[in-house]
Design a protein around this ligand. Structure first.
Ligand code: UD1
Ligand code: CA
Length: 520
């Protein structure tokens, strides 16, 4: 438990991505943790602390195979850029890997649509290796030969096995070292092993492996084998490099299989071992859209369960769509059919009602978001009330206790503390001061067909219903605007502006009209 806390502390530092690292805390975390994971953790932490040492960096690299086309997806998009939990498959694998080694020790093998993949992952800081033509997983590692030659060991991950957890990769690495193996294979026993390579153990009880046989190359008796190859491996680099050139494409796919290295190493008298994952779902691959969608459900269920364990109430969690990086504080309540996407953060005590979609927003505490509201790239402060049917477009900043009611749309708009826009309103490029009331049907005319213009409304102002504010325009503190006004000139503080046709009443006019119709 203590160790786990240390990992989380260290992770928190890495994610903060700034130099304000509490070194004393980090040292303390390290001191209690380094004995468990030794070398790797020390190096990881040093990287996080900005104290990386080159000598240690040459020890362990991670190679992620991500060059394949993903033919079975029948999609234009490269397979590893397909998303689950709101994030590309490859981004999940890189995130898990970056908690073990520095991004500069991670090599992603790219090939099919390499430019797109590089571009999408550019911010992660990993390095890339080109596999210009894709002749199989063995060929992918052949292409990485130069990159890995100075590392003692490498871990190999697959870009299409995205649920893999850092802890499991660590277990493989620990087992690999403890077994002094040339190759260590992470295996599993899923309900349905179809499609996966199968593990031939030397004896059922032995950790040692004789070979891996791909689905299409299985002999009659081998169909029964339940233990599958996950596509996650550890290798000692030297024996791997000795064998990798010997691969042949003499198989059903006519490809160079990385899995054949197991048999080659065995033939050379090297130790090849397998370690079985506790939970097969973690190593499920995504080769078809149906498999991809299944992984997405697994990941989202895990996210919802994690949040509920942390004190968040999610009613009918199976109907909610919550992305992997969403954060929700305890005592928030999420109703059925809510979507929380991107880097959304929800504060304690918030109530998010059904059919609301919130993408990359930060909500303070005790915010109420009523049904069917759409919030994007915006912030909402404590105690504010949004919706139903509200639309906060990018750049909206809703102040404490402010109200944005039904059929109100905001864009690049700041609503001060306690300000209210309760009905049928558009506020674009606007600033509304504290406690100002925006009447029903108010519209900021912010666009002249070419440029956008700003509207500034002071605090404690009262904008009557059905007002159009033709920007650029300023309304001073405490000013009143009569209902139905079209405001084209600035309104000074504490004044009244009325901009509408004066009402005319003609007594008896309707009766005269009716009488003249009856005569005809
Ligand atoms: C592979 C394994 C199989 C294992 C399964 C686990 C081989 C031969 N088979 O099969 O034993 O059960 O993973 O999910 O390795 N890639 C490249 N370059 C290539 C080909 C593939 O980088 O030339 C990448 C792909 O982008 C993918 C990964 O390697 O991320 C695995 O390739 P894939 O074709 O999906 O292998 P599987 O058939 O799933
Ligand atoms: Ca695969």
């Amino acid at each position: 438990m203590k160790h786990r806390i240390c990992i989380y502390q260290l992770e928190a530092y890495s994610f903060s991505q700034n130099s304000r690292i509490d070194k004393a805390l980090c040292d303390a975390a390290l001191a209690s943790f380094s004995d468990l994971n030794g070398h790797t953790t020390m190096r990881k932490a040093k990287f996080w602390m900005g104290e990386r040492s080159m000598a240690e960096d040459t020890k362990l690299a991670i190679v992620i195979m991500a060059a394949g086309k993903g033919t079975r997806l029948k999609s234009q998009r490269p397979k590893v850029l397909h998303e689950i939990g709101g994030k590309p498959l490859l981004a999940h694998v890189i995130a898990a890997a970056s908690r073990i080694v520095a991004p500069t020790d991670i090599f992603v093998v790219v090939g099919h649509e390499a430019e797109k993949v590089r571009e999408a992952m550019a911010l992660t800081g990993v390095r890339f290796v080109e596999q210009f033509e894709q002749h199989g997983t063995g060929h992918a590692i052949q292409c990485a030969r130069r990159a890995i030659k100075d590392y003692d060991n490498i871990l190999v991950l697959s870009g299409d096995v995205p649920l893999i957890r850092t802890e499991t990769i660590q277990q493989v690495w620990q087992f690999h070292q403890a077994q002094q193996a040339a190759m260590t294979i992470l295996t599993a026993a899923p309900e349905d092993p179809t499609g996966y390579g199968r593990i031939l153990r030397r004896t059922p009880e032995s950790p040692e492996v004789e070979a891996i046989v791909e689905q299409k190359d299985l002999a009659a008796g081998q169909q029964e084998i339940r233990e599958i190859n996950s596509g996650v491996y550890a290798f000692q680099t030297a024996p791997l490099l000795e064998q990798i050139g010997k691969l042949t494409a003499d198989n059903a796919h006519q490809e160079l299989y990385l899995t054949d290295v197991a048999g080659l190493l065995r033939a050379a008298g090297k130790r090849v071992v397998a370690i079985k994952a506790d939970d097969a779902t973690e190593v499920l691959g995504a080769n078809t859209i149906a498999e991809l969608v299944a992984l997405d459900s697994v990941l989202r269920a895990a996210t919802a369960n994690r949040l509920m364990a942390e004190g968040v109430t999610i009613f009918r969690p199976e109907t909610c769509v919550i992305d992997a990086d969403v954060e929700v504080e305890a005592d928030a309540v999420i109703e059925p059919f809510v979507q929380l996407l991107g880097h959304t953060k929800i504060g304690a005590g918030c109530l998010i009602r059904s059919y609301t979609v919130i993408e990359s927003c930060t909500l303070g505490r005790n915010v109420l978001v009523q049904q069917s509201s759409v919030l994007t790239d915006s912030t909402v402060a404590d105690g504010a009330k949004i919706g139903p049917f509200a639309h906060l477009r990018p750049g909206s900043e809703i102040g404490e206790e402010a109200h944005v009611g039904n059929f109100v749309e905001t864009k690049k708009t700041k609503l001060g503390k306690g300000a209210k826009a309760n009905h049928l309103t558009y506020l674009g490029d606007a600033e509304v001061g504290e406690r100002t009331n925006i009447g029903a049907g108010t519209i900021t005319c912010n666009y002249d067909g070419v440029h956008k213009h700003a509207t500034h409304i002071g605090k404690n102002a009262f904008v009557g219903s059905d007002t159009t504010l033709v920007a650029p325009i300023k309304v001073g503190d405490g000013a009143y605007i009569g209902a139905g006004s079209c405001i084209t000139r600035d309104v000074p503080a504490d004044s009244l502006a009325v901009g509408r046709g004066r009402q005319v009443v003609k007594d008896g006019w309707a009766a005269v009209l009716r009488a003249s119709r009856e005569k005809k």
